[in-house]
Design a protein. Structure first.
Length: 85
């Protein structure tokens, strides 16, 4: 009997591993990184003054660092993007 001939409910190719399915190395790494990011945000909430050429901007430190990360990622993506030839 082929896979097409079996009823839909009868097919069970995957066995349930319980916690093994949820705790993969990738999910653990993402969870740890998310927890570290949350701790970083709560530890860096004080206001900082940033001078960009002429204006002085006051904002939380984590927002300034996040803005610089996004700008750097955009610049890196622009410089290293693949060009279709």
């Amino acid at each position: 009997m082929s896979a097409k001939d079996t009823p839909r409910g009868a097919r069970r190719a995957r066995t349930s591993g319980g916690a093994r399915d949820w705790f993969t190395p990738g999910r653990i790494a993402v969870t740890v990184l998310a927890a570290l990011a949350i701790v970083f945000i709560f530890e860096n909430t004080r206001e900082v003054r940033i001078r960009v050429l002429i204006p002085v901007v006051t904002m939380p430190l984590y927002l300034a660092l996040l803005a610089m990360f996004v700008i750097g990622a955009l610049c890196g993506g622009y410089v290293f993007r693949r060009r279709d030839r």
